[in-house]
Write a protein that binds this ligand. Structure first.
Ligand SMILES: [Zn+2]
Length: 322
């Protein structure tokens, strides 16, 4: 790309109450792709696509899933249906496949954040390569790009809690002692079960209803045998159900420090160093940090600017659609 000669711009939608709809849309050529945002009311400008990176509630698939223009992986669509008990109305794809939206070929890439979590990439008519990551745990499958739209969940260089490593050894020891684990039903529970199976644990794992359904459907045969809550010696349950679990030892799988139960660090995210390595890996010319709400997107954008990278964040977008 010639310096500054961009035909791609980030815009935000003004919602019916005059506020800003979540996240953003990208306008390029004759297209408008919304990213991890809620469905626009009928009177508003309609995007060509609602790209849904994954089924966590702060990415607004609950709303976007009601549109035929929603685009999500098979697993994300199914997770949304289970979580919100309604039909997903959009299009689906297998992660790694390409889909055509109008005349734009959109490639999809796994990010290892949840089962089915997806980054999207495409090229504008002038050849600018766009990459939208969603939340990321594993960046190895992401392609190089010119314009990166990415997350900053652990994007604060000055916050010590943004530097961490998963404590796989502690998890393995807890498994050996017959502990049960508190894990959010979508995302962390599947990570925990997959990890237990990878460690060779073959017995039944007890789970509460939503965790069990999500894990069975998203992991498939790799989930191994699952049972109802307390139907097995070891349970993986949503954290607020840990008090119902009969196991003696209980751990909350989280990076949080403010919990009643002892914790084991097991994250669905890259830490700050991982985010920096990811950005180096995809080597963009421009970056827009779009998630999460709060200060971290701005803080990571500021850090990247200081590193000499042309970066902005969601709160600096000054173009709007209604
Ligand atoms: Zn997420």
């Amino acid at each position: 790309m010639a310096g500054g000669d961009y035909c791609l711009e980030a815009v935000r939608r003004i919602n019916s109450r005059g506020g800003r709809a979540p996240h953003l849309a990208l306008r390029f050529d004759s297209h408008l792709f919304s990213i991890d945002t809620s469905r626009a009311p009928k009177a508003c400008v309609q995007p060509d696509a609602y790209l849904i990176t994954h089924a966590h509630s702060d990415h607004y698939g609950k709303s976007a899933m009601n549109s035929p223009r929603a685009i999500a992986s098979v697993q994300t669509a199914r997770a949304l249906e289970i979580r919100y008990d309604r039909e997903y109305k959009g299009r689906t794809f297998e992660v790694g496949q390409s889909i055509v939206v109008d005349d734009v070929r959109v490639d999809t890439h796994t990010t290892g954040h949840t089962i089915g979590s997806t980054a999207f990439s495409w090229q504008t008519e002038t050849g600018e390569k766009v990459l939208v990551t969603g939340d990321v745990k594993d960046y190895q499958h992401l392609p190089k790009c010119d314009f990166l739209v990415s997350e900053a969940n652990y994007g604060d260089t000055y916050d010590p809690s943004c530097i961490f490593e998963d404590d796989i050894a502690a998890f393995s020891e807890a498994l050996d002692e017959g502990a049960s684990f508190g894990a959010y039903a979508f995302g962390k529970a599947q990570r925990a079960v997959a990890l237990m199976r990878a460690m060779g644990y073959r017995d039944e794992i007890g789970m509460d209803d939503k965790s069990l359904q999500l894990t069975n459907e998203l992991l498939g045969p790799a989930a191994g045998p699952l049972a109802a809550l307390n139907g097995a010696a070891i349970n993986v349950v949503t954290p607020w159900n840990l008090n119902l679990v009969r196991s003696r030892a209980k751990y909350f799988l989280t990076g949080r420090r403010d919990t009643t139960y002892p914790t084991i660090q097991l994250s669905d995210h890259l830490d700050f160093r991982g985010l920096m390595r990811m950005i180096e890996h995809v080597s963009p010319e421009r970056v827009l940090v779009y998630h999460p709400q709060g200060t971290r997107a701005g803080l990571l954008a500021h850090h990247l600017q200081e590193c000499g990278l042309d970066t902005t964040s969601l709160d600096c977008i000054d173009r709007f659609v209604r």
